[in-house]
Write a protein that binds this ligand. Structure first.
Ligand SMILES: NC(=O)c1ccc[n+]([C@@H]2O[C@H](COP(=O)([O-])OP(=O)(O)OC[C@H]3O[C@@H](n4cnc5c(N)ncnc54)[C@H](O)[C@@H]3O)[C@@H](O)[C@H]2O)c1
Ligand SMILES: [Zn+2]
Length: 357
């Protein structure tokens, strides 16, 4: 089993990456004793696929097999789900000595993390991410929260898990679209921080797409290490953490303009290619490097152009009102080479028009 540490002082935690740890999770949780008892939190789909496996392990370890579930999908990521789950916990008699286990994708991690942060003013929680996106991105870093009708992720807080457990085996049941959402974030890490990792993604494409555990394990580990490094240096998104938004400025605008019909990873893929082109126009990045980014994105089955049917003015409107824009000026994370980026809000509007196409 491989290990990555998120170095946050007294709140530091470990990410364990391996294959087949779900069965042994109960025993390990009992040993680690984050709580007297644990409550498994999962959406209905993941509960059906993996709930029994984890709860049997709880029982074998002498832990009561407690669990709560909610309907799968982003539509559940709201305050009423949090309220329902909190009420269930209260009815189960869960108290400050107990802990939660988020088993699922980013939706479950975000809901469960937020619930753990506010239930009885905070109880410990563990992340067991089951989508590729959650394994390389959302389970690490402590951002938790839910959506409101006015916008995604507008209510939430920073709350770090005590431990992150990544089991590669669970990826076997994930469909290709969900895998691709993860690939977009994986490519992102190569561009923002690690040219050699980017080259590995080029070289090992077939093996990664074929879900070969050995290479997936290397890939996931590297992504977690990069995210851990960035988060440890800047937990609450001062400046450095913003590099994680590479591809997300235009990506979020495209997602919003499509009324979320375009999946996050697909929108980020388009956003990364557009940002690389923007960097070329600004004279920051050699053309050939932008071509490599585009080729890799395409090679992982992700889209590289923004659909012509999306209204460009609307996309630009969303860019101006982006959560992270200051005074209507969006900021961009632009590569200067593969493995290095700069953050800037000094981008010429005509260049933005040009890359939106
Ligand atoms: N907190 C953060 O830092 C952060 C970062 C990125 C994204 N996010 C959030 O993550 C969410 C997206 O996460 P997601 O893409 O994992 O979505 P998700 O949690 O909805 O999972 C996608 C679907 O896959 C199913 N599923 C999960 N694991 C499975 C498995 N092993 N086999 C088969 N099916 C499985 C789920 O039931 C769900 O239907 C968004 O809400 C986004 O805002 C948070
Ligand atoms: Zn993302």
């Amino acid at each position: 089993m491989d290990k990555v540490v998120v170095g946050l002082g007294e709140r530091a935690y470990e990410i364990s990456i391996g294959s087949g740890q779900l069965e042994a999770l109960g025993g390990e949780l009992a040993r680690r004793a984050y709580g007297k008892r644990y409550v498994l939190v999962a959406d209905d789909r993941v509960a059906e696929l993996y709930g029994a496996r984890v709860l049997d392990g709880f029982a074998r370890a002498g832990l009561p097999p407690l669990s709560v579930t909610f309907p799968h999908g982003e539509a559940s990521k709201n305050l009423s789900t949090v309220e329902n789950l909190a009420r269930e916990l209260a009815r189960l008699g869960v108290d400050r000595g107990d802990a939660l286990v988020a088993l699922g994708g980013g939706v479950t991690g975000d809901i469960c993390g937020f619930l753990a942060a506010i239930y009885m003013r905070g109880i410990p929680f563990v992340q067991v991410p089951t989508t590729l996106l959650a394994q390389v991105d959302s389970s690490v870093g402590g951002k938790t929260g839910v959506d409101i009708p006015e916008g995604k992720n507008l209510v939430g807080c920073f709350y770090q898990p005590r431990w992150v457990v990544i089991d590669l085996k669970v990826l076997n049941s994930l469909d290709d679209t969900e895998m691709k959402n993860g690939f977009a974030e994986i490519i992102k890490y190569g561009v923002i921080r690690d040219g050699e990792f980017f080259a590995l993604l080029e070289r090992e494409r077939e093996a990664v797409l074929g879900r070969k555990h050995e290479v997936l394990s290397t890939v996931i580990q590297r992504c977690c290490a990069i995210k851990a490094e960035v988060v440890a240096a800047d937990e609450r998104e001062g400046d450095q953490r913003r590099i994680l938004n590479f591809g997300h400025t235009i990506g979020h605008a495209v997602e919003a303009a499509s009324r979320f019909a375009i999946a996050h990873g697909h929108a980020v893929a388009m956003g990364m290619v557009a940002a690389a082109e923007l960097a070329v126009l600004e004279g920051l990045l050699p053309k050939e490097e932008a071509a490599r980014i585009r080729d890799l994105v395409e090679g992982y089955g992700l889209p590289v152009t923004i659909p012509p049917g999306l209204d460009r003015q609307e996309i630009k409107g969303f860019l101006r009102t982006d959560k992270k824009a200051v005074a209507g000026r969006p900021f961009f994370v632009l590569p200067t080479s593969i493995g290095k980026v700069v953050i800037t809000d000094q981008v010429e509007e005509r260049f933005i028009d040009q890359v939106l196409g």
